[in-house]
Design a protein around this ligand. Structure first.
Ligand SMILES: C[S@@+](CC[C@H](N)C(=O)[O-])C[C@H]1O[C@@H](n2cnc3c(N)ncnc32)[C@H](O)[C@@H]1O
Length: 120
């Protein structure tokens, strides 16, 4: 069973081109599914990716020891393009030492922007 996400899609002109509601689930359109790749990646020890416009990292940090949180945020920062966005879970926080790396875009939704090297 999924929550009703309709209100979160209000800003879209025609949400049904992206998802369709089923009885107790939501189906993502094939055109969107084709754009998605799944890959195993260790955020603590793995090498950073590159060129990401957005990283959504929710409900991971709450399970991670404090000493490993900074490497995770370094991985995310280094994976983002300048101006790229990061979203973390509602109850999650950026470690103090990494807070200057990200600008808050929407505190309620825990959305941040990586301004890029030039501005840091
Ligand atoms: C509670 S689940 C959250 C999954 C998803 N983000 C969500 O909100 O539904 C925590 C996830 O953290 C992943 N995880 C734990 N340590 C990790 C690491 N070092 N690198 C990448 N993922 C990790 C686990 O594999 C698990 O899928």
């Amino acid at each position: 069973m999924v929550d009703d996400v309709s209100s979160q899609l209000d800003f879209l002109e025609r949400p049904t081109q992206y998802i369709t509601k089923q009885e107790d689930s939501v189906k993502v359109a094939r055109t969107i599914r084709k754009l998605v790749e799944f890959e195993r990646h260790d955020l603590i020890n793995g090498r950073s990716k590159s060129g990401f416009d957005m990283v959504v990292c929710r409900n991971i940090l709450i399970y991670i020891n404090d000493e490993h949180k900074t490497p995770i945020f370094e991985t995310i920062r280094d994976s983002l393009v300048d101006g790229g966005y990061m979203v973390i879970g509602k109850s999650e926080t950026i470690p103090i030492g990494m807070r200057t790396e990200f600008d808050s875009v929407n505190a309620g939704d825990k959305t941040y922007q990586y301004p890029g090297d030039a501005e840091s």
